[in-house]
Ligand binder design. Sequence first.
Ligand code: ADP
Length: 406
Amino acid sequence: MIRSMKILVINAGSSSLKYQVFNMEDESVLCKGACERIGIADSFMKHKLPDGRSKEYREDMHDHGDAIRLVFRALTDPEVGVVKHMDEIGAVGHRVLHGGEKFTASTLVDEKVKAAIREVIPLGPLHNPANLAGIEACEEAMPGVPQVAVFDTAFHQTMPPRAFMYALPYEYYTDHMVRRYGFHGSSHRYVSAEAARVCGREGDPEFKVVTCHLGNGSSFAAVKGGKCIDTSMGITPLEGIPMGTRSGSLDPAILEYLMGRTGMDIHEMTNVLNKKSGMLGLSGKSSDFRDLEKGQEEGDFRCALAREVFVYQGRKLIASYAAAMGGVDCVVFTAGVGENDGDVRQRMVEGLDFMGIAIDPQRNNVRSKLAELSPEGAKVKVWMIPTDEELVIARDTEALVEGKSI
Ligand code: ADP
């Protein structure tokens, strides 16, 4: 009976809430949707079914509680619903952005877990309150139904101190939680496990993978024997490679220098680093790689520059993670850009053939499906592995509810 469990997966952001319902019998998605503009005027929700049908609900959502209640209405809607009663939903899995150092794996939610998520709100000030609100709204609306928290940071907790410590006074770590945490953990965990499977190296403690999660937000991880030993995002998702709108790593002295010259305060400056930099800032056009490619084809040098900076920084990260692991057996590309932009993939590994990393242009002509990209017989395998963070959340939720360890 437990195999037929239906699991609701919730991914709450500061003003949005995405959801999916899985039938765990065959891990199929029964429906998915998103609430947008929560707490802002003109909020709405779009609910979609796998057969292409969809329904839009235009209703005021003042908070995440309103959003959850609207999701429940859609799930039981006679027209487009997927259950008769909400008690058919066996458990809820929540994506939680920041677990600090407290969570090394997904966990069933209780009062202590909620208190721990609350404690690290200063590290995830926009997301953690939204994640908690999602959990509490579900607890209220479906009392007794198990809730599971799946942390974006948990997979990276195996990093050794030499990888997670910043070279700042040590007290900032002990007193203020300042260290590298890393994000996109569910994705890096999923694609690195898939890489071990497709390379026939499951359970091999020496299997070394570099995972490149290239989306609107991008991060890299070095995964040895299934354990993360380094990753590119930091105490927040701002560090690492330049992204859609985030600057990625830069000389911290730039902040004081630019604030002095422009009169920006620290909030405005941080907003520029998070929302106006990266591909958008460099190109002046767009954060979307499809627009950048088009711009480059039309001769826009700033679009070309943005893409060049991105692939160059990515290339250096791949090589440095191979150095961190003392070698590399597999490089994985995933997420929106990694799964769709063959040109970015090809250029990111350009010049890495000295380390045995190369992509076959014919094999690279592929989108959004599991595919080997390296040439026949290559020493280092390159794979494109579509990520599925929601499925990871649903699987962890099912396992914890069934009393299994993850
Ligand atoms: P998020 O970080 O929001 O989860 P995704 O992993 O879904 O993002 O990636 C979204 C990004 O993927 C888009 O902003 C766009 O840059 C890129 N992308 C999506 N489709 C394509 C495509 N066909 N070609 C190139 N880039 C694409």
